[in-house]
Design a protein around this ligand. Structure first.
Ligand code: TXA
Ligand code: MG
Length: 311
């Protein structure tokens, strides 16, 4: 791949207009959402979408989330069941992605959906993301803006650390507030299915198949993922010699996801902590136990993948 110059745009009116123009021209722009930075391309431009796969080194079987400005735009590309509609009417814009049957003949590019007959789509909550989607006026395919398999970016610096020279621009809107990817809920079968735990915690009232042992998972949910360079040991209450410890609550560590044991704060800090360990050249990482409830389920999901044997 030829190296190109990656421009850093500020997330103000000018920067957003420039980013929208890059999308119209078939280019690649990383932009902030409330979860993590996404690497955006015009979802109807097959060449642009192919460029996303190339820039990330992403396997072609792994489809992208199509980001839309509103529910009406989502319905142009996907067929929402009553159950799907009820949920997103209540909760969008949110860190909530739904998987629904794709509508035929809408011009969505094949590589984006990876040839699946379903579509993953969401309306992000972030103002910067919404303004970019409105300025562009169409659907934006956007995976997290990291090289495939690595840690998702929560700052523009993280994006540049992984993709500088491979994308046209990054729209810098500061650190992303939620810090962990969207929750993915599938509406293809009888019951909604939880395909990926994430920043949105479904209400107890939603009868979503919670058991990820039996529910199908999103195709991109490979065992080793979100991986720092270091090896990772989980449930660590104290460091072993030579380990860098990421703490939580009473386990203080070299740095802490949340000294007070707050899961929202921990999710927001998680990827920055893993990126920091990489930046410091850490080779052995240990991570304190995180309670497996609410947002802690998504954090533990990411930590298990960070710790999984590498393929
Ligand atoms: O928070 C997020 O979701 C971020 C921001 C940028 O929106 N995006 C993100 O994208 O995390 P990505 O590509 O890193 O993860 C998308 C996941 C992948 O695991 C992929 O397999 C799954 O969504 N996915 C996409 N289309 C799907 C489909 N039709 N059926 C099931 N899973 C799908
Ligand atoms: Mg990703």
């Amino acid at each position: 791949m030829d190296k190109i110059e990656t421009n850093r745009l500020l997330a103000n009116a000018d920067g957003i207009a420039t980013a929208a123009q890059i999308l119209r021209d078939g280019g690649l722009v990383a932009f902030p959402t409330e979860t993590v930075y996404g690497l955006g391309a015009d979802a109807c431009n097959g060449r642009a979408v192919a460029g996303v796969f190339a820039a990330k080194g992403r396997p072609a079987f792994n489809p992208l989330i199509v980001h839309v400005a509103d529910l009406e735009m989502a319905q142009r590309f996907g067929v929402l069941s009553n159950a799907a509609l009820a949920l997103v009417e209540k909760d969008w814009p949110e860190a909530l992605t739904i998987v629904v049957p794709v509508r035929d003949g809408t011009g969505l590019s094949d590589p984006g959906t990876a040839g699946q007959d379903s579509l993953a789509t969401r309306v992000p909550r972030s103002d910067n993301a919404l303004e970019l989607l409105r300025a562009f006026g169409g659907p934006v395919a956007a995976p997290s803006a990291n090289p495939s398999g690595r840690i998702s970016p929560t700052t523009a610096q993280h994006v540049l650390a992984g993709l500088d020279g491979r994308i046209d621009a990054v729209l810098d809107g500061g650190a992303t507030p939620a810090g962990i990817e969207s929750t993915i809920i599938g509406f293809l079968g009888q019951e909604p299915a939880l395909l990926r735990e994430g920043a949105y915690v479904p209400s107890a009232a939603l009868a979503v198949a919670q058991n990820s042992q039996t529910a199908p998972t999103a195709p991109g949910q490979l065992a080793s993922h979100y991986a720092p360079v270091a090896t990772v040991r989980l449930e660590a209450k104290a460091p072993e010699p030579g380990e860098f410890l990421i703490g939580f609550g009473a386990v203080s560590g070299d740095i802490s996801l949340s000294p007070s044991g707050d899961l929202i704060e921990a999710a927001a800090a998680l990827y920055a902590a893993l990126h920091e360990a990489d930046a410091r050249g850490v080779t052995r990482l240990a991570i304190a136990p995180i309670p497996n409830e609410g947002l802690g389920r998504a954090i533990n999901d990411r930590l298990r993948r960070a710790a999984a044997p590498r393929g």
